[in-house]
Design a protein around this ligand. Structure first.
Ligand code: PLP
Length: 393
């Protein structure tokens, strides 16, 4: 046998990542440590600990054994230098942007970005004197034409929120590297199971762990994963903002990680089945799912991603608002509500027609579907009945 063991595959990492070491009997999943204050035997011990406050229990806002375990686990999956857990995905994104941006700077943000990030740029960053240009997700290496002398950061999200436009991540990274810009990517849709942004040369990968990592729609949690070069700036920013995650949430995040691989593959298979079925329905204008060969970004998805999650959208043919309501209100398995990534199916309208740069050319309403772990036949019947209501309303 070969002396060097084969590196563990992602499913094996998910089972063990973040587990405590060094004791004879340990809990399989790191338990919840509730703490704000940690007590030290002597002043000297306290002073020693304060030199490396991020490497062990020191003060609750900096981390507890539970938050450290969760961070370590996500970091292993993302293939980064260090991960910092935050109170939500939005907190992770805000801290990552503020880590590299200063008064007078300029940031490039993809126009198909998660909407609250657009608001963060237009409100918070604008107030701080930081200018944002929203760019077309199809820009690729043309993004070089938008770079100014004061540009510091390119912010990516691929696929885009709601409409799933794919970005040429490699082309954007090449431009950023050449111009000395930092890149931050929202990796919530793929999770590190299907994409590792840092391996593609992205500097910082952020996730809303609220979605697939927690996976059960019962906690808010975010992560920022950095390279060695970007860690200090991101750490300062998250600490200055006080955007720490709670131990309870990190324990739920760890618990979710254990089944992330199996859940994602089931979400993926069911979503692809429904997406392909929807393409053949007469009330459907198009299906927006990167895993479908008909989707414009399919080749980019295939090149860079190893899978697709359960979230995609469908554009219907133009119809009366009342017909759409009849369709959506009567769904039995798709709940109406924010977020996604839990075990249950969800539906919400999205409104890409408000975009200024990546202009939306659709005519009918767009529904975003999160395909949960219910039996796919039940979900298909539910949608079929919904489309029948749409037709007859
Ligand atoms: C939900 C979401 C976020 C924000 O995460 P929260 O945990 O809700 O703050 C960020 N990015 C994407 C793509 C999301 O879907």
């Amino acid at each position: 046998m070969d002396a060097t063991p084969r590196p563990a595959s992602i499913d094996s990492i998910l089972v063990k990542a973040g587990r405590e070491h060094g004791r004879s009997a340990i809990a399989v999943n790191p338990p919840v440590h509730r703490a704000s204050t940690y007590l030290f035997e002597t002043l000297a011990d306290f002073e020693t600990a304060s030199k490396t406050p991020f490497d062990g229990p020191f003060y609750g806002r900096v981390g507890t054994p539970t938050t450290f375990a969760f961070e370590q686990a996500v970091c292993e999956l993302e293939g980064g230098h260090r991960t910092i857990a935050t109170s939500s995905g939005v907190a992770a994104i805000g801290a990552a942007l503020l880590a590299f941006l200063d008064r007078g700077d300029h940031v490039l943000v993809v126009d198909t970005v998660y909407e609250p990030v657009r608001r963060f740029c237009n409100r918070m960053l604008a107030r701080l004197g930081i200018e944002t240009t929203f760019y077309d997700p199809a820009a690729g290496d043309d993004i070089a034409g938008l770079v100014r002398p004061n540009t510091r950061v390119i912010y990516l999200e691929s696929p885009g929120s709601g409409t799933f436009e794919m970005q040429d991540l490699r082309a954007v990274v090449a431009v950023a590297r050449e111009r000395g810009l930092r890149t931050i990517m929202d990796n919530t849709w793929a999770t590190p199971v299907f994409l590792q942004p840092i391996a593609l040369g992205i500097d910082v990968s952020v996730q809303s762990a609220t979605k697939y990592i927690v996976g059960h729609s019962d906690a808010m949690l975010g992560t920022v994963t950095t390279t060695a070069e970007t860690y200090d700036a991101v750490r300062r920013s998250t600490q200055d903002l006080g955007a720490c995650a709670g131990s309870e949430e990190c324990n739920l995040g760890l618990r979710g990680l254990r089944t992330l691989g199996v859940r994602l593959r089931r979400h993926e298979a069911s979503a692809l089945t429904l997406a392909a079925w929807l393409e053949d329905q007469p009330q459907v204008a198009r299906v927006l799912h990167p895993g479908l060969p008909s989707f414009p970004g399919h080749a980019l998805w295939k090149r860079d991603f190893s899978g697709a999650c359960g979230l995609f959208s469908v554009e219907l043919l133009p119809c009366e608002p009342a017909s759409l309501r009849a369709m959506v209100d009567g769904l039995r398995h798709f709940g109406i509500g924010f977020s996604w990534g839990g075990y249950e199916s969800l539906v919400l309208p999205v409104h890409p027609e408000t975009r200024q740069i990546a202009r939306w050319d659709g005519k009918g309403p767009v529904l975003r579907l999160h395909v949960g772990l219910e039996a796919v036949e039940d979900l298909r019947d539910d949608l079929a009945e919904g489309l029948a209501r749409l037709r007859s309303a």
